[in-house]
Design a protein around this ligand. Sequence first.
Ligand code: DGJ
Length: 721
Amino acid sequence: MIKIFSDYVKIDGESVSLIIKNYSGRAFLVYFGKRLGDAENYEVFDRGSWQSDASNDDGPLSPVVFGSVSEYSSLEPFVRFHDDRGVFCNRFKYVKAEKIDGFYSPLPTSRDKGETVKLTFSDEILKVTVYQYYTVFKGGNVIAAHSEVVNTSDGVITVDGLSSLQLDFVSDKADITYFSGTWKSEFQKKRVEISGGRFEIDSKLGISSATHNPFFTVKLCDKILAFNLIWSGNHKETVEVSPYGRVRIQTGINDYNFNYKLKIGERLVSPEAIFTVSESDDDITREMQNFALKHIVNPKFAYRERPVLINNWEGTGFDFDGEKIYEMAKTAKKVGIELFVLDDGWFGKRDNDLSGLGDWYDNEKKTGGLKILADKIRSLGMKFGLWVEPEMISEDSDLYRAHPEWAMKIPNVTPLRRRSQLCIDICNPDVRKYLTKTLIKLFKDVGADYVKWDHNRAMSDIYSAMLENQGEYFYKYYVGLYSMLAEITAALPDVLFESCASGGSRYDLGMLYYMPQNWASDNTNAYDRLFIQEGVLTAYPQSCMGAHVAGYRKSTPVISLESMFNVASIGAFGYEFDITKATEKQLETIENQVEYYKEHRQLLQYGDYFMLGKGLTESETGGWIVVSKDKTEAVAVIITREIGSKRYRPLFKLKGLDDNAFYKVTMRPQDNVEEVVEFTAYGDALNSYGVDIEDIRWRETDAKETSTAFCSRMFYIKKIR
Ligand code: DGJ
């Protein structure tokens, strides 16, 4: 609900309110927190000292949602631009607020919107106009915001930086949680408290990147604020604490090597930011996950059960042929696996990573005919999926030989290669047209049920002959890519897409908008995955997170097949190793796992997710629980990294169960554990006392499979009355 009255705009989620007050032409953020009733007046806010206390260094003390350049403030302004004389001062007045029915954006914005309010800000110096939009949704507590600069001046301006959202608060410190990492070590949870100065996370790599995910939270004395962006390119998030006791939070596109020219009448629209406020981390996670399912993921797939898949990459690498793949599929089918994904190496000349990218046609000699292979796999009763990496080009490819100018490179400069490949210039409309047509035809001809869309290098040598101003490259790349993805996914409405960027290097809401799944990491070691997945699931739904039992027998220290399952089963689940080499006993274990997964798939993929305890990043014991919306059933996995000779028994407090319900708790039988634990308990005892497994550190009996990294057990919890 959005209300505009006297000087106020009141933006309500289900149980949060954000209130903005117009005070002398400035937009003060007077309140953001637990939902307030609709008072007849808000005299209470009139008592605040909103007047700016202009001094030389940091003038206006009060929190605003839009900071100008020329307001005696050392805090970051909302927008920066300059005219052709180099004049960069701006001084915006908050003019009006109005409710609107819809808005234009060349970028993906949240689906199924509720109400939107548009705030108009007018610059007194260069006469530029900026609009700030806030959207609320039916149910839930997430608000979306974005901005738009319109050149209403009388000459060309260049935009040097633009926020999607700014929120200021009265506080002298901020406790920030964010998720940083590298290839194979994505989403590592980090925390920092600042009581002065400026903290920044960003990406400069042309992709949202594993370095810093755009999701972050900020704790201010009594509340936790959470932010994310519907955007896959360079982003920047800042939290500043002013010596005057004010915190400014901003998020949006990165202004790094960004400048965007606007002729008179032209506009630039920012990506949409989403944000919420709560008193608990669990609520933040649930709000963010539910929002992604309801308002980001393609509704056709948002609540659709995901198939159990097998991918050949870790099993074969490039070294396979059609027969090998068919053998793998046959064995996989026997144990109940539903989808075969043929990864890198099936096309052009591609027996290693030195060549072939761009040649999206069958290497018939290797596959024995892609369509024939796909049909053979389908006739086993399985679905068929295919890997592509369309945003790249190999210099040793037919496509490059025909169109060297399609590669992303600066004229007369030798470009930087990474993984021996170049990026392709998505800013070029011919490239987009060619790729869109070629890929739609390929996927239709093969009858692909699933597509893995990979992206294996950061961008460098940023240049497009199609652009007059290369400072617009990063923005226009994504306008182009998103339009391609919209066309391809619309032409193939039944194909399940999974985005991947060497694992989780482009794990963001922009990609999730078009591709309902994202491969979390190339690191498939179940121990490392504990931390990666815990990070991902803080903000993104489990049904969207690709997670496989893999690295089989490569894991050091050795991890049992059962623990690998317990870890991977909280995602869009599958296997990734050469299953033809599995022993009969291993196949039996896998068959049991697949059967169990399918039985509880709905719950595992769409139940409400809670991280147990402080999480495994911060403690030795933890795990997760997923609870059905009606709280009648749940699946929990408990994990201890504390193995060895300690005498105490770890306790695992569950979460989210109905305190008053009486539940039966049954352990999933594991091939490395002799005993199956079963007991009954009230929800309050499970939530407040927990699960107490006497010998979680001792009973992994199979000599070959003994876990030396961590121990885990899975439970099914069913309400009896
Ligand atoms: C990186 C991906 O993350 C892997 O899963 C695999 O698809 C390789 N690329 C193939 O080149």
